[in-house]
Design a protein around this ligand. Sequence first.
Ligand code: NAD
Ligand code: USQ
Length: 373
Amino acid sequence: MRILVLGGDGYLGWPTAMHLSQRGHEVAVLDNMARRAWDFEFGAESLVPILSLQERVMCWKSLAGKDIAVYVGDLTDYDFFEPVIREFKPEAMVHYGEQRAAPYSMIDRKHAVFTQVNNIVGNMNVLYAIAEHVPDCHLVKLGTMGEYGTPNIDIEEGFITITHKGRTDRLPYPKQPGSFYHLSKVHDSHNIMFCCRIWGVRATDLNQGVVYGADTDEILMDECLRTRFDYDGVFGTVLNRFLVQAVAGEPLTVYGKGGQTRGFLDIRDTLACVELAIMNPADRGEYRVFNQFTEQFSVMDLAKAVQEAGKEIGLSVTIDHLPNPRVELEQHYYNAINTNLLDLGLQPHYLNETLLESVIHVVQQYKHRINAT
Ligand code: NAD
Ligand code: USQ
């Protein structure tokens, strides 16, 4: 298939592009390199050194013998994006190309407005380009489990059947996100659902949990293929941060009580889920939602898991409870359903099997690059 990966220079986009290319698909990546610029804004840097997108693509060509086409530009610029779609004519589009950090979106008005404009306008352009030029193209869109918030009932996959005053309907699951970033994904979901209904677009909305890990089969072919690994306070996600803190000998930064519970998955399972969605496409006009995570943990569960794993390799890991910079429940009910991807054949990697084997060793390898400030 011809597959265009939007946000193909990012943490998940680059490994996905290689994975799909290795499977024999014709792959192109699109990115505006904004993520690299946001690093400069904070003086942050990926723990793992990464090459430029063009160097990575050359490296992939020399190691795997396969081409990946590169388009550099901004999704919010339709004058750039429309000709890309006319030229490449994708049969599937994997959309990772958004500003994805909740803390970034909550810095101030400017960052909140930027996040919503970047994400919502970019996604609207994707929908218009599909409708105008490749109406049969399957959109595989990365949403987030955070769209649902933390309701006191089970979280279903996108829809819930409600009986009200004696009548019953299957309706979109209520959304109560916790940041302007997570809210941008809710707006995206509504726009995608609308376009499926009115234009017959086919779309899969992957409501993904928090991703951890650094290695995929393709990355392990050579260091030049590595993807970014963020651990700073804005873009670093919780488990990746805890691992770096443990290796650096710093206390783990649990925000508040640490009862906050979320869905998590290994980066290798992200690639598997996206591939499963592509190979089992939605029908024309169908809008479907898959909850994309493999296990649920509280922040304290993770802190303790890192502490235990540290012990096994001689690290003495301590845990701090910091005042929570976020407005979120710190003790709550959480039970999210995730059967759609398992039914399609997903075979998860579980945290207790991979934490030491495939994550900590990468952090240790690049320990000399940790900036503790
Ligand atoms: P990332 O920041 O590493 O990658 C996103 C890429 O998109 C970057 O390379 C960036 O330059 C590009 N981009 C952003 N805006 C763009 C625009 N307007 N035009 C073109 N390119 C643009 O993020 P990631 O961790 O790889 O996440 C990818 C997607 O998956 C995001 O949409 C995110 O919301 C979602 N997601 C990520 C996680 C996670 O834990 N990393 C969890 C759930 C969902
Ligand atoms: N947390 C800590 N200590 C830290 C960092 C985070 O206790 O040092 C806590 C946060 O308060 C939060 C939880 O860990 O309760 C998760 O935070 P996170 O930064 O790992 O994840 P989040 O902000 O939710 O965002 C990440 C990705 C985002 C994706 C989302 C999936 O950055 O792109 O959408 O995970 S989900 O959480 O399911 O919404």
